[in-house]
Design a protein around this ligand. Sequence first.
Ligand SMILES: [Cu+2]
Length: 164
Amino acid sequence: MRRVTILVAAGALTATTLTGGASGASGNSGSGATVTGGQVHPFAAGTGLPIEGHARMIRTADGKTIVIVHVEGLTPAATYAVHVHDGDCATNAAGGSHYMFATPVDGGAGPGGNEIWPGPVVATGNGVANGRAVVDAVAGPSAQSVVVHRSGPAPNKIACADLT
Ligand SMILES: [Cu+2]
């Protein structure tokens, strides 16, 4: 994957990335953060909604992972699960699973407390949702995508962003 190493504070980065209702980063400092990200696009098995947006993953120099997602084109007032997944969007279109740390982490989610969930999010009346997660560990290289799920049984992956 392509990675861009930047030399500004992660806090400043998240502030510029956030849009709308999500709150600002809470003072994550330190230089040398590694940022990956990409555009949100609908999965073929999605709902036909005109989904777009973006996601970013920031691996901070002080050992945290911050994930921010902004999605538009959702059903107003609907709730969506949002997870970091193993592998890229192409992998997750056909299968795939949640990215998991080997052990539970502070800020972690999921049954084992070892996953990164920038959701669930609730779309506004305009179909916009913002999600954010901060975990106290640096995600490994297989954390390559952010997947948005609608409520209900599988198949429920409606959109994805590759973190490149
Ligand atoms: Cu998921």
